[in-house]
Design a protein around this ligand. Structure first.
Ligand code: ADP
Ligand code: MG
Length: 367
């Protein structure tokens, strides 16, 4: 299957600054892909390159098999929603949504039909005659979405569209946008710095850092098998232990940590024997050892701090090999634990991931 949207070796410089650095990205028809990264990582720039608001310095972009690299933004016919809505304040909701159709000189009866149809899709039929200032933030954002999809674009681009909304509304809108996207089957590229939003909405997530793609994967794989230090810490929380793989045998890897400890973990394809690695374990994958439960790897640890975080407790501990350890425990398990306790903790061989330790490998040339 050929990609619906394909970005090849995209580079964008602002003077000497590389905002988008050798980005390759293939997106299938109907797919919802989120570009996730911290502020300044190049997300908006990448979206502008796709939309045609910025020109590539090198590379190419294909949509539906056509090279659109040198096409003007208008001719790309792509739908776009921005964080700040950018609705026309002096136009009614109807006219705001009809605007792209008027630009395209769609005849009146057809225009009306298309606007009414999309008004239904975003559930705003009762608001046609109002002005943007008479709508709530969520409603305004639905208008912006309606305006972006009313002309049936082949591609929808969303740049932090929910950033200005409060948390509850943001969650509700995430589901709403996702449902609309699925119903229309429209290929979508969404940009956010919100990890949770990326995990809940996306078919695949593309993590960006400093203009580069760090990993493209399904939400589950990204969370469970991060391929870099950056990804492991940017999405969710993580404990890191430095060491190396000293043995691999029938799907299991033996890892020797710098603190001397040896542990066993499911082997993973991205690491090489005898090279520096980081063993990454999520706080929720570390459990208290109790009678009747067995774990591949166990430690003794002293509890330093215990914090209530709503549905569970976070425990900061120190292992008997002097490593800090963050643990997330369900309320019932952690109820009895107090600061100063020595507890046995353990984790399963399949519940950790191995990441190449780039920082050790990278040699900084003397300048
Ligand atoms: P993000 O959307 O991930 O926050 P941007 O794509 O907006 O990041 O910006 C990436 C980097 O490029 C930032 O360091 C930003 O300052 C820089 N940048 C963006 N647009 C311009 C511009 N028009 N001129 C100069 N630098 C820019
Ligand atoms: Mg941005």
């Amino acid at each position: 299957m050929t990609a619906h949207l394909e970005i090849r070796s995209a580079q964008k410089f602002y003077k000497k600054y590389t905002a988008v650095d050798n980005v390759h990205l293939s997106i299938n028809k109907g797919e919802f892909v989120t570009i996730l990264g911290p502020s300044g990582s190049g997300k908006t720039t990448l979206l502008k390159l796709i939309a045609g608001f910025e020109e590539l310095n090198s590379g190419a972009i294909f949509l539906d098999g056509q090279d659109i690299t040198n096409k003007k933004a208008y001719d790309r016919n792509i739908g776009m929603v921005f964080q700040n809505y950018a609705l026309f304040p002096h136009m009614t909701i109807f006219d705001n949504i009809a605007y792209p159709l008027r630009l395209r000189k769609i005849p009146k009866p057809e225009l009306k039909e298309q606007v009414n149809k999309v008004l239904q899709t975003v559930r705003l039929e009762d608001f046609v005659s109002r002005y943007p200032s008479q709508l709530s933030g969520g409603q305004q954002q639905r208008v912006a979405l309606a305006r972006a999809i009313v002309f049936n674009p082949p591609l929808l681009l969303l740049d932090e569209p929910l950033g200005a909304l409060d948390k509850n509304l943001r969650h509700q809108m995430q589901y709403e946008i996702k449902h609309i996207q699925e119903k229309l089957g429209i290929t979508t590229v969404n940009v956010t710095h919100d990890q949770e939003e990326a995990l809940t909405m996306s078919d695949r997530i593309c993590v960006m850092n400093r203009g580069r793609i760090e990993q493209i994967d399904t939400p589950e794989r990204l969370y469970n098998y991060p391929q870099s230090k950056f990804v492991s810490s940017f999405i969710g929380e993580v404990n890191w232990f430095h060491g190396e793989v000293i043995q691999e045998d029938s799907g299991m890897a033996v890892v020797k940590l710098l603190n001397g400890q040896v542990c066993k973990i499911k082997a993973q394809p991205n690491v090489t024997l005898n090279e520096a690695i980081i063993l990454a374990i999520r706080p929720e994958n570390i459990h208290v050892v109790r009678e009747g439960t067995t774990y591949t790897n166990t430690y003794k640890a002293t509890v330093l701090e215990k914090t209530y975080i709503g549905d569970s407790f976070r425990i900061e501990a120190r292992t008997d090999t002097n490593e800090p350890l963050s643990i997330k425990l369900p309320y019932v398990v952690s109820r009895e634990i107090v600061v100063g306790d020595e507890i046995g903790v353990g984790w399963h061989a399949g519940d950790a991931s191995l990441i190449p330790d780039d920082e050790v490998k990278e040699v900084t040339p003397a300048s």
